[in-house]
Design a protein around this ligand. Structure first.
Ligand SMILES: [Zn+2]
Length: 855
């Protein structure tokens, strides 16, 4: 039984048989709150008349199937999410009339009623295989077609799709019909329908290839928070950049960006009809990193219009390439065409870290995954796909050079426009444009998993000059591949700065090709040892780097003396890796952060590094002295908060971190005083989201209960308020709060985003007693969760609901025993395996910190 699966072989067979001419999709959105009408007319030709195939349709009530005028009985022809099609002719017309189901999981056609004003909002989300939840499809990326949507909806709605929005025609009873023009050829997964009482703002972009109409949309209750001018500016900057670099006109006519509720991901690159999570229109103050990230999302989706939508992968094997490319291109565009010129530093401080982390989990896999079917896509779609992939493309650009890389891309777009291609096609184009052989590079980087570690090794003469210098490369035992790296090396010395200060200034920089276990760097022999030697300076490489003893000492005693933000990001990254790898005690990392974060200038650095430090405190520190380290962390954050420049991002970040860390009586009293205004910090506005952050801290500390949370919800009757209140409730350190929270998380009726907020809040450090029963509950649920909650919601629970805070050798034994015996789905086992690996890592790091605590 295929269920909702589809194999690569089945897709290849179907693609060899069929050519799809057109889809006409009639949707009736006026038939109720649970289902909608969906009639699909599919015209396609068949290369072998008489042959059989199937169409896809999920979770539908099928009323009528007609193939070439022949009526098929839905009771027999529609089974197991497929419609069997036999006796095909050379040219075929399939008509399927059905009712499909609205979703509340963010997959298919999601329906949302805004609690603020009861208005209705719908949006579709189809990648990877969910167009078939809304209409009848051949659900695979290489059966491209033209699509004609006709949508019947309440006449006062907006309806947006891939083609420009037509004038609606009255259809009686307060309804209207929108007849969209046929689209250019595209894959099913980038088609889209967004409908509801959306607010609309129109604009136009005048580019080198002509005019592109722009639309921005959001819910009515968010209108005041949509900073359209800024969004339009970013959109125009990005169009200017990509049209110039790709040298190919934007292929989809108009460009709408719709900010939609309860969205699972950041955004989706539907052709000309991009959907984005509407948390990107913040009602409260956000730090610069928030806007930096939002800009990268906007540029990421736009990059897909060419890479992914114009030229599309043949099968999901190349999904990594689709995402890695958009990821790499979005930072490239952001750094060169928008205000966020230091976007690559942000990449190093935040996104790239998620790639390193994913690559050291037991679930790591080669970037180019072997996706034999849709289930394999589900397990292989992660931060290897995005963050590691983008890092490795960045290394590829360093390897072939940016200009040849862009020249190869341009040719690739011209050669495969409106069609499908594979990674080999791209590689061939890049080999031609660069003259470099890339097959070997691709094998080493894309078809193997794991991250290498690079460390300096050297000898010095009596005067402190290098007499030998090598870069040592190692690999984890399970993934022993050593790779070729284009690597920058920076030598930094202390020099007097302004007003008696001291700066770390780069004296020398070189680039070398590292290969094998040991690479001698002759150029450094005879050079004076610097105060700080930084491998991977400029961050071209994807590798963990280590600091030698002197460099580590320089970093720890004054990281903020280093002026270059990217160099600092590499030091932050190196020290964090060393902490995670039990080579640097957690307390040293925490103190490094407390001493230097106040002067960090990179927006992502300021936001992310305190999150790592909190993890070091709560998970990686010596359990015997953790209480003291927690107190030190709490007190340090309080000091940073009070010392921060008024109204700065630092101040906001430290306020949030302090709310998360404050557990002492005095600390909780501070949170309460900030909330009621009796404690004022100059420049710090306690707005609605910061109020929820403080309330959650107070709830986690046992100071606030349901009464205070209910009272806040009275003030904030928005969906965001409901989600934050749910998170605050489950944060309370009581058995009852955890039980009610877990029940809601297990309930399919709980909306996706509400569930996510609860999962991220429920199992907190320092609440061991009330969290303890949930390891067994987690393992019990793991077998059925994907079935009961849907894939996306279940994945969030399985990934973030693993109670890591209970780290102990007993937990490791118990989960390993469970893994050996369970028949839970692979995706569920994957998250349990990851959870246990995180715990093993934590126990090692704790032992390292225990040694330091005793010293
Ligand atoms: Zn993407």
């Amino acid at each position: 039984m295929p269920g909702t699966n589809l194999t690569r072989d089945e897709a290849a067979t179907r693609a060899a048989l069929l050519d799809v001419t057109s889809y006409t999709v009639e949707l009736d959105l006026t038939t109720g709150e649970k289902t909608f009408g969906s009639t699909t007319t599919l015209e396609f030709s068949c290369r072998e008349p008489g042959a059989s195939t199937f169409a896809d349709l999920v979770d539908a009530t099928v009323h009528e199937i007609t193939l070439n005028g022949r009526s098929l009985d839905p009771a027999t022809a529609y089974a197991d999410s497929r419609i069997a099609l036999d006796g095909l002719e050379a040219d075929n017309v399939l008509v399927v009339r059905a009712d499909c189901t609205y979703s509340h999981t963010g997959e298919g056609l999601h329906r949302f009623v805004d609690p603020a004003d009861q208005r209705v909002y719908l949006y579709s989300q189809f990648e990877v295989p969910d167009a078939r939840r809304v209409f009848t499809t051949f659900e695979q990326p290489d059966l491209k077609s033209s699509f004609t949507f006709q949508v019947t909806a309440p006449e006062h709605w907006k309806v947006v799709s891939n083609s420009p929005t037509p004038q609606p025609e009255p259809a009686g009873n307060g309804a209207a019909v929108w007849r969209f023009e046929p689209t250019v050829r595209m894959s099913t997964y980038i088609t889209a329908i967004v409908a509801g009482e959306y607010h609309e703002v129109l604009d136009t972009y005048e580019g080198k290839f002509g005019t592109i109409p722009l639309g921005h949309y959001c819910r009515q209750s968010l209108v005041e928070h949509m900073d359209t001018e800024e969004l339009v500016r970013t959109t125009k900057q990005s169009f200017g950049f990509f049209e110039e670099k790709f040298d190919f006109p934007y292929p989809f006519g108009k460009y709408d960006q719709l900010y939609v509720p309860e969205y699972n991901m950041g955004a989706m690159e539907n052709a000309g009809c991009v959907t984005l999570r509407d948390e990107y229109l913040p009602r409260s103050r956000q730090p610069r990193s928030f806007y930096e990230f939002r800009t990268s999302v906007i540029t990421h989706e736009m990059a897909h219009m060419w890479f992914g939508n114009l030229v599309t992968m043949k099968w999901w094997d190349d999904l990594w390439l689709n995402e890695s490319f958009a990821e790499w291109a979005c930072y490239w565009c952001e750094a060169e065409a928008t205000d966020f010129t230091d976007a690559w530093t942000g990449f190093a401080n935040a996104r790239k870290q998620t790639g390193y982390r994913a690559d050291q989990l037991p679930s790591t896999h080669p970037i180019a995954a072997d996706n034999v079917d849709l289930h394999a896509v589900e397990v292989n779609f992660d931060m290897i796909t995005y963050a590691k992939g983008a890092s490795v493309l960045k290394q590829l650009v360093a390897w072939v050079g940016l200009e040849p890389f862009v020249a190869g891309l341009r040719q690739y777009f011209k050669d495969h426009a409106f069609g499908n291609a594979t990674f080999d096609d791209l590689l061939a184009a890049l080999e031609r444009s660069s003259g470099r052989e890339l097959q070997g590079w691709a094998r080493e980087w894309l078809q193997t998993a794991g991250v290498n570690t690079l460390r300096p090794s050297f000898e010095l003469d009596d005067e402190g000059r290098y007499t030998s210098f090598t870069v040592e490369q190692s690999a984890p035992a399970d993934y022993p591949t050593l790779r070729r790296h284009r690597l920058g090396i920076g030598l930094y010395d202390a020099e007097p700065g302004e007003a008696g200060t001291e700066r770390l200034v780069r004296r020398h920089y070189l680039e070398v090709d590292v290969e094998g276990a040991s690479t001698a760097v002759a150029e450094l022999v005879g050079k004076r040892q610097p105060a700080l030697l930084l491998l991977n300076d400029e961050d071209h490489a994807y590798a963990k780097i280590r600091l030698d003893e002197r460099s580590l000492d320089t970093a720890v005693t004054g990281l903020s003396r280093l002026d270059d933000s990217l160099a600092r990001a590499l030091v932050w990254g190196a020290t964090w890796d060393m902490t995670r790898d039990a080579e640097l005690p957690a307390r040293d990392f925490v103190r490094l952060v407390l001493a230097n974060i106040g002067t960090e200038t990179d927006s992502w650095g300021v936001t992310r590094i305190p999150v790592s430090a909190a993890m070091a405190v709560n998970l990686y520190s010596d359990p015997g002295s953790r209480a003291e380290l927690r107190a030190e962390w709490e007190a340090g954050l309080r000091e940073l908060l009070l010392a921060a420049e008024p109204a700065s991002d630092h101040q906001l970040t430290f306020a949030r971190a302090y709310a998360g860390a404050a557990r002492s009586e005095a600390g909780l009293a501070d949170l309460e005083a900030l909330l009621d205004g009796s404690l004022q910090v100059e420049g710090l506005v306690v707005d609605q989201d910061l109020r929820w952050t403080l309330i959650t801290g107070l709830a986690a500390g046992g100071r606030f209960g349901d009464a205070q949370i209910d009272a806040e919800l009275e003030r904030d009757r928005t969906i965001s308020g409901q989600e934050k209140a749910a998170a605050a409730r489950v944060a309370q350190p009581t058995a009852e709060a955890k039980a009610l929270g877990w029940e809601a998380i297990m309930d399919p009726a709980t909306p996706n985003e509400t569930s996510r907020e609860m999962v991220l809040s429920i199992f907190r450090a320092g609440q061991d007693e009330v969290v303890a029963p949930y390891l067994e509950k987690y393992l019990d649920a793991a077998g059925t969760l994907i079935d009961t909650l849907g894939f996306h919601k279940a994945s969030i629970v399985l990934e973030h609901g693993f109670p890591k805070a209970l780290a102990s050798p007993e937990l490791v034994d118990r989960v390993e025993q469970w893994l050996a015996a369970t028949d839970a789905p692979k995706a569920a086992q994957r998250y349990a395996r990851e959870g246990v690996a995180d715990v093993v890592r934590a126990l090692d790091a704790q032992a390292c910190d225990t040694r330091a605590a005793g010293a």
